[in-house]
Design a protein around this ligand. Structure first.
Ligand SMILES: Cc1ncc(COP(=O)(O)O)c(C=O)c1O
Ligand SMILES: N[C@@H](CCCC[NH3+])C(=O)O
Length: 444
């Protein structure tokens, strides 16, 4: 397993992250356990911010909180000078509860409810990324009722297909997100917004997909967006002060993944924007981006306890862990691949090939196929790396499993930032109607 950030093998032959022995973390906090390397998260934030500073351009780096949205993460994002992208009332609530400055929050989503729009207006967030005509008018009406004006970006689909899994590719014309540039709906959206006194046009937003390893897609999107900005300027007399090129910067999950240094993505984006806007003699806009995975992905490691195993001679050996698709749905959803190691016996030589199964009642609940490991025994701790993005945030209670705890580790200290769910968290929201309550009592 590749050792990210502060991860290393300590003198006891165990995996250590942030100066904490992972076998001890498993013992103290129980498993499954999400462990985040706080220093690595901060390093990733700084890589983006410093790369932008070096360009001399005006910018905002908004952490896409959908990747991992908990209060402690919102605090770190704020401390590192990031803005925040939220896509729901729940994410907005979390950010506000963590004391994140509302002016630095951007609200996304293809079906924002009236309740969410009102919540955003009441909180006086920085901007709403408008996704469709219905929302544009709803926002204008609500802002009017509240006697305010909301800044807006328009989510546009530039017609660029990112080279990534089709479920995480969003920039193409055939997608549920945004206004299409090619068919004129993006232009129409700006035209309509100009007539609405309670929205103020900031610019456009494009997000082409996720886990992208090349700069071409971003450069192409920048080109389409710049052309569009120029058309709008010439025909409608509106100049955009902001261009947001979204997130999607790839990370290394397994050997063979070759992401670019984050600064290189920033350089490519800012170079494209500078060249294109200068060509049009267009006032240089602020550049905003929204990285999620590249901030938290490789900083997260999930610890599991190994339980039962099953050998099918001539076929394979299954080794089961105490979590699975409930804490990491990505292999089942996207055929995502991961690396792992035995955290408590990190120096033992690999001597067998096993497949790591989750504990859900589902054949597809597999975390890793054909992994080289030392011979495992029940009670060993398995560490799966790069589980920081879209794992906790997409976790579920399938089979009524309790969601794991989350700890942040740094300089030898481990802080609980989300406690493990209890049975009460899982079943406590249920209610028994009187009729069924009697039956339940009668049977017991
Ligand atoms: C609009 C938007 N911004 C930002 C992101 C963050 O993407 P990533 O985590 O790949 O950086 C996403 C998710 O793909 C998104 O849909
Ligand atoms: N959740 C996805 C990517 C979609 C990101 C949000 N638009 C993943 O785990 O890779």
């Amino acid at each position: 397993m590749y050792l990210h950030g502060t991860s290393k093998i300590n003198e006891a032959g165990r995996l250590e992250i942030g100066g904490c022995d992972t076998a001890e973390l498993a013992e103290t906090f129980g498993t499954p356990l999400y462990v985040y390397d706080e220093e690595l998260i901060r390093r990733r934030c700084r890589e983006f911010v410093e790369a932008f500073r070096a360009t001399g351009m005006k910018f905002e780096v908004a952490y896409a909180s959908k990747a991992f949205c908990v209060m402690a993460m919102c605090r770190i994002a704020e401390e590192e000078g990031m803005s925040l992208d939220v896509v729901s009332d729940g994410e907005l609530y979390t950010a506000l509860r963590a004391g994140f400055p509302p002016q630095r929050i951007h609200f996304h989503g293809n079906n924002k409810t009236l309740e969410e729009i009102e919540m955003a207006l009441d909180a006086k967030i920085g901007c709403v990324v408008v996704d469709n005509f219905n929302e544009l008018h709803l926002l204008n009406e609500s802002a009017k009722e509240k006697g305010t004006v909301m800044k807006v970006l328009f989510r546009v689909t530039p017609g660029v297909e990112a080279h990534t899994h089709e479920f995480i590719s969003t920039g193409q014309t055939d997608t549920k997100f945004g206004f299409d540039i090619g068919n004129g709906s993006a232009f129409q959206a700006i035209r309509e917004a100009m007539e609405l006194p309670h929205v103020s046009i900031l610019g456009v937003h494009s997000h082409i997909g996720s886990q992208i390893f090349e700069v071409d897609g971003f450069a192409m999107a920048a080109e389409r967006v710049a052309e569009f900005a120029q058309t709008v300027r010439q025909e409608l007399g509106v100049t955009f002060p902001v261009i947001n090129l979204g997130g999607g910067f790839g990370i290394r999950y397994i050997e063979g993944d070759s992401p670019l240094p984050l600064a290189q993505y920033v350089q490519a984006i800012t170079d494209s924007i500078k060249t294109l806007f200068n060509r049009y003699d267009y006032p240089l806009p602020e550049i905003w981006i929204e990285p999620g995975r590249s901030i938290v992905g490789d900083a997260g490691t999930t610890l599991y306890t190994i339980g039962s195993s099953k050998t099918i001679p001539g076929v394979r050996k299954y080794v089961s862990v105490d979590g699975g698709m409930t804490d990491n749905p990505r292999p089942a959803l996207y055929e995502a691949k991961y690396e792992a190691m035995l955290a408590n016996r990190a120096n033992d030589p690999n001597d067998e090939t096993v497949s790591i199964a989750g504990k859900c009642c589902e054949t597809g609940d597999m975390l890793i196929w054909d992994l080289e490991l030392p011979t495992t025994k029940p009670g060993d701790t398995l560490a799966v790396s790069c589980t920081g993005a879209y794992n906790y945030s997409m976790s579920s209670n399938y089979n009524r499993l309790r969601r794991p705890a989350v700890v942040f580790v740094k300089d030898g200290e481990a802080d609980l930032v989300v406690r493990r769910e209890t049975y009460e968290d899982v079943a406590g929201k249920d209610t028994l109607p009187e009729r069924l309550r009697k039956q339940a009592v009668a049977k017991s």
